[in-house]
Write a protein that binds this ligand. Structure first.
Ligand SMILES: [Zn+2]
Length: 132
């Protein structure tokens, strides 16, 4: 889809901080996150953002890709849980949002409330994640 921002990211027309990919899916850091290291997992092919319209095999592959990314985030960011949200409100390209979550003192630090991310910090985190 020519006017889709995620299709442009997949095509390399818009820069992004990718942390994982395979032949069909990729994961990248959200640059307007609600928490540090908020991550998006999306198919490289354009599918409607209502993932429940996907064929079962594509839907299952999206969930398996998401599970791989969750493992990566939990291992490298030492987070306790990952919240998973699927919504269709902002970008009409199927995607899963992952919110790494920590309890305790770091909770306030961890949440950023949709401000522009510190790109240098995200790039540093991506370097760590991709070293796996
Ligand atoms: Zn798209």
């Amino acid at each position: 889809m020519s006017d889709c921002i995620f299709c442009k990211i997949v095509a390399g027309e818009i820069p992004s901080i990718k942390i994982w990919e395979n032949d069909e899916f990729l994961a990248l850091f959200d640059v307007f996150p609600a928490c540090k290291a908020q991550t998006l997992v999306l198919p490289k092919h354009h599918y409607d953002s209502d993932i429940f319209l996907m064929k079962n095999d594509v839907y299952a592959k999206l969930m398996f890709a998401t599970k791989e990314v969750v493992s990566l985030l939990k291992h490298w960011l030492w987070v306790e849980k990952i919240w998973l949200v699927v919504e269709w409100l902002q970008v009409p390209h199927a995607h899963v949002k992952l919110y790494p979550f920590r309890w305790g003192k770091s909770f306030v630090w961890w949440f950023t409330w949709h401000t522009l991310a510190n790109m240098a910090e995200l790039q540093q985190l991506a370097t760590i994640l991709k070293s796996e």
